[in-house]
Ligand binder design. Structure first.
Ligand SMILES: [Zn+2]
Ligand SMILES: [Zn+2]
Length: 139
């Protein structure tokens, strides 16, 4: 006298819970640093902001994505064109290819100086969170 199938119940519960977990934000690919880049929105024009924030669902790494053109390193405030040769090469640019604005000066030297002043070795030590994106420039 079996009136219900416990196997069917388990399947039902499992399906619901996984749908709930992965249901939020379809098509959104969580990438480290992405939200910071968008929130800062300090780029010269919409075209540049769009290119910098470009992420596609098919390629987690912009170097793998033929549609990704520009790389912005928030730590150093450096812009570069992605060279799609299979590696991770970037050609630095000093002017925006879309609006022609002069891009900010590189803060790469300052970044290393600031870390050194705090006694942090960027090759050996843990980099503090604010030095992983552009936040350190505003402190
Ligand atoms: Zn892609
Ligand atoms: Zn621009």
């Amino acid at each position: 006298m079996i009136h219900r199938s416990s196997a069917a119940c388990r399947h039902g519960r499992g399906g619901r819970s996984s749908a709930g977990r992965f249901g939020a934000g379809p098509g959104v690919v969580p990438i480290f640093g992405y939200e910071n880049l968008v929130r800062m929105s300090e780029h010269c024009c919409d075209a540049m902001a769009r290119q910098v924030a470009w992420r596609c669902a098919g390629h987690e790494d912009p170097f793998d994505c033929p549609d990704a053109l520009v790389m912005f390193d928030a730590r150093f405030q450096e812009y570069g064109l992605i060279i799609h040769d299979g590696g991770t090469s970037v050609i630095g640019i000093a002017f925006c290819p879309w609006c022609g604005s002069r891009l900010p000066d590189s803060q790469r030297d300052r970044w290393f100086e600031e870390l050194e002043r705090r006694g942090i070795d960027p090759w050996e030590d843990e980099i503090p969170d604010e030095y992983r994106d552009g936040r350190w420039l505003r402190s």
